[in-house]
Design a protein around this ligand. Structure first.
Ligand code: PEP
Ligand code: MN
Length: 341
């Protein structure tokens, strides 16, 4: 980090500032004194430094970071791709993972039918929400623990590892021991207490990007989990808010190569929530895989017209089958390991 300070600052103030920076953080400060301004070069771990505070000091002219604020998530500190294991499924590396299932678990027949469909065409994980972050308090909120029991039943029959969202620390402890992976949804990407609690476990976690989160904010949220000691973090690009209203969100495909460059963590593309339209899920899913994603998350429902949440973006059996066949073609081109059935 480089801090540019006004040349008129007294020598004592400068000395005091340097002493404080070194005492409060694990850094060494190199000083270059000039007429108009002086430069402080900070070497070491700057992750604990409050940049905003330094910027607000009267005599500070400019602060430039030469290192990302996330360290554990950064590829600079961990050049190899991380592979996250979820049961027997490996996410990252040369694998392509397909997470599919209904938006919400609604009843036994619905989840069992959906699970059989996704298994039949080669999905590697079963998704299903049992608590739902709905905009309206009057909309279906999910089955809670009853839904977890149904997901376990679907896992028993199909052998697919299961992923369910948690929205609170209480739900993390209640559902965590029963699922193979937890999902932190877009709306909880910056629920810092929840991130810290997830960091203290070793449950694999899918961290979705917040609706308006920058790449850096997203990686800082991953850093919270990694800093707590949980290294099983997978990122999920699920579309961001822009001025466009023609579709639900805008799938930020730029994020895929950017994330691959900045971090060693795997990234999944959710082409369902990012489009909100079932007929857009396949082309954007294929684009996500082509851009280098480690897998996809999509929503599948036996009868989308009757779905209690996200019906318009849910795939019927034949649409899912088509998607899986086309994903396999892209996987073959890329030399990734994936087979639809
Ligand atoms: C979901 O996966 O059903 C969901 C609510 O996703 P998001 O948090 O991305 O909106
Ligand atoms: Mn959904």
């Amino acid at each position: 980090m480089i801090i540019k300070v006004d040349g008129s600052i007294s020598h004592d103030t400068l000395k005091e500032m340097i002493a404080r920076l070194e005492a409060e953080n694990n850094v060494k400060v190199k000083l270059i004194v000039g007429e108009e301004y002086s430069i402080l070069g900070l070497v070491g771990d700057i992750s604990t430094i409050d940049i905003k505070h330094i910027q607000s000091l009267d005599y500070v002219l400019d602060v430039q970071r030469v290192q990302e604020p996330y360290k554990r998530a950064s590829r600079k500190f961990h050049p190899e791709d991380t592979i996250v294991k979820v049961g027997d499924v490996e996410i990252g590396g040369n694998n392509l993972v397909m997470m599919a299932g209904p938006c919400s678990v609604e009843n036994e027949e619905q989840i069992m039918t959906a699970a059989r469909i996704v298994k039949k065409y080669g999905a590697t994980m079963l998704r299903g929400g049992v608590v739902k972050p709905r905009t309206s308090p009057y909309a279906f909120q999910g089955l809670g623990m009853e839904g977890i029991e149904l997901m376990k039943k679907a896992k028993e029959e199909t052998g697919l590892p299961i992923i369910c969202e948690v929205m609170s620390i209480a739900q993390l402890h209640e559902f965590g021991p029963h699922v193979d992976m937890i999902q932190l949804g877009a709306r909880n990407m910056q629920n810092f207490d929840l991130l810290k609690a997830v960091g203290k476990t070793n449950i694999p976690v899918l961290l979705k990007r917040g609706l308006s989160a920058t790449i850096e904010e997203w990686l800082m949220s991953a850093e919270y989990i990694l800093a707590g000691g949980n290294e099983n973090v997978v990122l999920c690009e699920r579309g961001i808010r822009t001025y466009e209203t023609a579709y639900r969100n805008v799938l930020d495909l730029n994020a895929v190569p950017m994330i691959k460059k900045l971090t060693h963590l795997p990234i999944i593309v959710d082409s369902a929530h990012s489009t909100g339209k079932y007929w857009m899920v396949e082309p954007l899913g294929m684009a996500g895989v082509a851009a280098g994603a480690d897998g996809l998350m999509v929503e599948v429902h036996p009868e989308p017209d009757k779905a209690l949440s996200d019906g318009p973006q849910s795939l019927k059996e034949d649409v899912f089958k088509h998607l899986m066949e086309n994903v396999e073609k892209i996987a073959n081109v890329l030399g990734k390991s994936f087979k639809s059935k």
